[in-house]
Write a protein of this length. Sequence first.
Length: 366
Amino acid sequence: MSAAPTATPPATAALSVLRPSAAARRFWLLIPILLLALGGSIVAGVAVGAVPLPFEKVVRIIFSHLLPGLTAVDWAPTEDQIVWQFRLPRVLLAVIVGAALAVSGTGLQAMVRNPLADPYIFGVSSGAAAAAVAVITLGAAAAGGFSLSFAAFLGALGTMVLVYVLARQGGRAAPARLVLAGVAIGYVLSAVTSYLVLRSATPGGGAAAVLTWPAATLGGAKWDYLGLPALAVLVSTMVLMLQARPLNALLAGEESAIGLGVNVERFRMQLFVITSLMVGTVVAISGAIGFVGLMIPHIVRMLVGADHRRVLLLAALLGGVYLVLADLVGRTIIAPQELPVGIVTAALGGPFFIWLMRQRHTRGGG
């Protein structure tokens, strides 16, 4: 986990670069482009692999399941199984997780008025991993019947709530305190996770299973796993889009937001709950995937400005495309072995984070 950035003025360089009319034109132009890119990346993600399949055949296999009887079946059962049972659920999970991380990153950056904020700075991944490790190492009975995914979700949500409680001072939670509390709790929970792994009573058993969970891979995706995170991401994104104006007001500072009629503390708590639910749900299934929530909101703001009426939707689309392509790189770059998608996003996000800090340092004149 990276060191906490200091709180800064709300605007990034992209906030005021584009006039509203220019931003609106780009927004309406980018929507069909990203939708096409999303469809293309999904087909590519399903077609490319250890057993390559023609793009046209992949499309026909998918449609044969969506619209039975309308497509002549001229492919082997194994090809159908590869597409429908293995690769498509994985690719769709990448879309869901990428959208969730990008949208939550957008909301958190507005909430703390810090463009370097990321969902994982708030300790979500550490909380989810600690809960998963506890379930595995302490046994299913200790979990009280909860599944691993649900336990990880509860760990993530509990961590987010704890961060907010600890950051409150004088009835308010300052942005800098939120970030610092998240970093501190994340380190503590990472230590707890390591301790539980070392205390595992089953060498090569529980500990080995735990170590694969935070590795941020989408390889275990199944159709049964997609419903809850998809619903959580869809509802959360829609709620945040309905709150776009208060989000915009937060960017101007707490005093300005209060002057515009926003109850800052109440709205910040709403953002906190929404983003924690969304991130916790996907992290419970995919593990910790970093930098998506940092990179994607910035790229979108550079394209269409900072109006959240535009940023949130485009961030969801671009986040989905980005994570599908990152997972595709991870599956193919060292084939037949597989590189966890979290390593790919870290390899791309680390340099982006350094570039972003240098840009902020240059603009700050220090």
